[in-house]
Design a protein around this ligand. Structure first.
Ligand code: KG4
Ligand code: ZN
Length: 351
C-alpha cells in the first residue's frame, strides 16, 4: 500500500452525473484545467433534464472535453498520479458514459482509477484553487449542501468522514427554485433567473410559509409546501402583470427558502460547535443565500467558506480534488460509500 505523498497529486477527473460533461486536471487543490460542456440549452426546451438526451450528449461531448482539458493543462498521462470519475449518485445512463471513459483510460494507461461520490466533490469545492485555505481544508466544519437533487446539512470531520445531520423530506432547494420558475414561465434552470429577479424585488411583498422552523432539534427541510403555496397564490391572483410584481414574487419566494436554510444551518452549527461553515452545490451561487449566511457568520462569529461561482455547479475539478487528497493521504482506490443518513459519530467533532 502506498504511503502518504509529500507533494500534491496530479489527477485527471471526469464528471458526467447529470447534464454537464466535465473534465479537469488538478494538482492537489490547485486546478490546472477545468472544462465544462453544459447541456442546459438542450434540456431547457423540455423544462428539465431528459435522462436519455443527457446520456447521448455525454457520449458526443466526452472525448472532446477530455482532449480540451488535457491540452489546457499541458500534461501527459505519464505525469499523472491517477484518474478520478464520479461514480454516483446521478442519472445511470449519464454516469455510465464517464465511468466507461475513465475505465478505458485506466486500462490503456495503467493509472489507478478513483471512484468519487458526487456529493463529496461538492463538499470539497470551496477549497479549490485557494492556496491559503489548503492548509486548513479539514478543520471540522458544517456544510450546507444545496443543489438540484440534494438539500442537506453535513458534519465534515475529515476526508471521507461525513455525517448527514438531516436532508430534505421532499423537494431539494434547487428543485424548488426550478419548479417555481416553471410555474412563473421563467424557463429551466430556474435558480439563476429567480436569483436575478429577486434582487430587484421586495422580499416582504408576500409572506410564504417557512416549513419545519419550529423543530429546532431536527435538521430536515421541506420545500414542496412552499411550491404549493406559490401555486395557490398564482391560482388566486393570476400571473404577475409587471416585471416589478414578478420580481416581488421571486424575492418573497427566495426569502422563504433562504430563511429556512440559514436558520437550520445556524442551529446545527451551534449544536455541533463548528467554527466554520461551507455552502456548496448549485444553489450556493444564490446571492440572497450568500448574503444572509455572511450576515449570520458575522453575527454568530463563524467562518464562512463558499466555492468560486464556477465551482458551485457540477464540475470535474471537485471530483479530482477528492481523489488527489485521497492519493496524498496514501489511500488506495476504493469504492467510497457516502452515508445518506446519519450512521455513526464523526471523529474530531464534539456533539
Ligand atoms: O449542483 P448542481 O449544478 O446540479 C446538481 O447536482 O443538482 O445544481 C443545480 C441546481 C438547479 O436546481 C439550479 O436551479 C440551482 O442549482 N441554481 C440556483 C442558482 N444557480 C443554480 N439556485 C438558486 N440561485 C442560483 N443563483
Ligand atoms: Zn451536483
Amino acid at each position: 500500500m502506498p504511503g502518504p505523498m509529500t507533494r500534491a497529486a496530479k489527477i485527471l477527473a471526469i464528471e458526467s452525473s447529470c447534464d454537464e460533461t466535465a473534465c479537469a486536471v488538478v494538482e492537489g487543490l490547485q486546478v490546472r484545467a477545468s472544462i465544462i460542456a453544459s447541456q442546459v440549452e438542450i434540456h431547457a426546451a423540455f423544462g428539465g433534464v431528459v435522462p436519455e438526451l443527457a446520456s447521448r450528449h455525454h457520449l458526443t461531448a466526452a472525448v472532446p472535453v477530455l482532449r480540451a482539458a488535457v491540452e489546457a493543462a499541458g500534461v501527459t498521462f505519464a505525469e499523472l498520479d491517477g484518474l478520478a470519475v464520479t461514480e454516483g449518485p446521478g442519472l445511470v445512463g449519464a454516469l455510465l458514459v464517464g465511468v466507461q471513459l475513465a475505465q478505458g483510460l485506466a486500462l490503456a494507461t495503467g493509472l489507478p482509477l478513483h471512484g468519487i461520490h458526487h456529493m463529496e466533490g461538492h463538499l470539497l469545492s470551496p477549497f479549490l484553487g485557494d492556496a491559503e485555505i489548503t492548509a486548513r481544508e479539514f478543520v471540522p466544519h458544517l456544510a450546507l449542501s444545496v443543489s438540484g437533487g440534494h438539500s442537506e446539512l453535513v458534519l465534515v470531520a475529515g476526508l471521507g468522514d461525513y455525517r448527514v445531520l438531516g436532508c430534505t423530506r421532499d423537494d431539494a432547494a434547487g428543485e424548488a427554485f426550478d419548479k417555481v420558475a416553471k410555474l412563473l414561465g421563467l424557463g429551466y434552470p430556474g435558480g439563476p433567473v429567480i436569483d436575478r429577479l429577486a434582487a430587484e424585488g421586495d422580499s416582504t411583498a408576500f409572506r410564504f410559509p417557512r416549513a419545519m422552523l419550529a423543530d429546532r432539534e431536527r435538521f430536515e427541510f421541506s420545500f414542496s409546501g412552499l411550491k404549493t403555496a406559490l401555486s395557490v397564490h398564482l391560482d388566486k391572483h393570476g400571473q404577475p402583470s409587471s416585471r416589478a410584481a414578478l420580481a416581488d414574487l421571486c424575492a418573497s419566494f427566495q426569502a422563504a427558502v433562504v430563511e429556512v436554510l440559514v436558520a437550520k444551518a445556524r442551529l446545527a452549527r451551534r449544536k455541533f460547535a463548528c467554527k466554520a461553515m461551507t455552502i456548496v452545490g448549485g444553489v450556493s451561487a444564490n446571492r440572497g443565500l450568500r448574503e444572509a449566511m455572511a450576515a449570520a457568520a458575522a453575527a454568530d462569529g463563524f467562518e464562512l467558506w463558499t466555492p468560486a461561482l464556477r465551482y458551485c455547479g457540477d464540475n470535474a475539478a471537485m471530483i479530482g480534488a477528492a481523489a488527489a487528497l485521497r492519493v496524498q493521504a496514501g489511500r488506495t482506490p476504493a469504492v467510497q460509500v457516502f452515508a445518506s443518513r446519519a450512521i455513526d459519530e464523526p471523529r474530531g467533532v464534539t456533539a
